[in-house]
Design a protein around this ligand. Sequence first.
Ligand code: NAD
Ligand code: MG
Length: 399
Amino acid sequence: MSADVKHIAILGATGSIGTSCLEVVRANMESMKIDVMTAHSNWQELAKFAAEFLPQTVVLTGLKEGDIPDDTFPTNVEVLFGEEALIRSVEAEQIETVITGIVGAAGLRGTWAAVCAGKRIGLANKETLVVAGEIVTEKAKETGSVLIPVDSEHSAIFQALMCGEPNEVERIILTASGGPFRTWTAEELENVTIANALDHPTWDMGPKITIDSATMMNKALEIIEARWLFDIPAEKIDVVVHPQSIVHSMVEFVDGSVMAQLSPPDMKLPIQFAITYPERISGISPKLDLTQTFSLDFQPPDLERFPSLSLGFEVAGKGGTAGVVLNAANEIAVDRFLNKQLAFTDIPRLSRSILASHHFESHPTLDQLLTLDRWARQEALRWTSLTSQPSPSLTAPRC
Ligand code: NAD
Ligand code: MG
């Protein structure tokens, strides 16, 4: 094992973040090695990647032995099944960086295991911090695990914060593309279709985050993510709409200086930086072309048309159990919307209603959060008047 090679586990290797991460590694094979790759059920895609990258271990969390043909993976690749196997694989001694590209609260257990094992986390799974931000960041301090954001806004803030001391920060300003409905009227929003909502103007992402971007719930989740990741109070977080998605976010310092990070919208840059930090290496992400005329526009967000945003500020301010409830309600709402069982504008309505009806605790344990996750999913399903079962919920992670 060469000391200069970075050993990586990619959780959710078949997703949008996962495949962008594979592109980064493909371009840096001399300095990066994938030891672990996971996917939920797409074994065909995972097998293709395993044949190319020859990891030590692959894990299929949503399948079991016997679900796939015997000769699917190369003979020297260990093939494991289930969530416990994912946890064991990220704990492996040689793993240095864990890229958390699993979508939703389902990503919490793997991230938690990696934090407990003191690994460097390339944090894409923002839901981990929305659900349990205080507990996870405390645990990271204890184990020496470093959380490096992959979310483009948070990566920008992480980089801009290097320009000053924590006590010199006036506020952080998250940019938002505004999504596909930035210019739609409130009446038009009542008739949004799934195809409309999946058609993001600047980013190519998985379906859940794409719907979250359309409702601007993604920005709400990012406000909460920023609150915990940077240990900054909600009052010091602002959102500005920036349709071009070139300025990825900004930090304003007490003297009025604003530091921003700019690059074309492409996740390979923040992923690569999370792996190489504190170094920078030349990369394959597209560069800004300043020979072309372009403009950068900024406008205040419209909280009336996009009520999800207010939820983000409220929940970031409250902390405690608010994040897990908002996240679970939103996950069910997005799922129901994608299954044509909920109107687009009902997504924030449902989330607010479940949030308002829950019994708030300011300092919950992880077990309490997981219980509330299940409760909120059931309540959200009840709200949609459905009798089907909630998607597989969380079980208590060990540490
Ligand atoms: P995606 O839907 O494209 O991929 C999700 C991955 O997670 C897949 O590999 C899938 O197999 C795996 N997965 C799904 N359900 C699982 C489960 N229950 N257990 C284990 N694995 C499971 O999602 P994505 O767009 O890549 O987003 C992943 C995470 O990164 C999300 O938290 C999202 O908010 C965050 N993020 C994504 C982007 C982006 O550009 N896509 C940008 C910033 C942050
Ligand atoms: Mg983002």
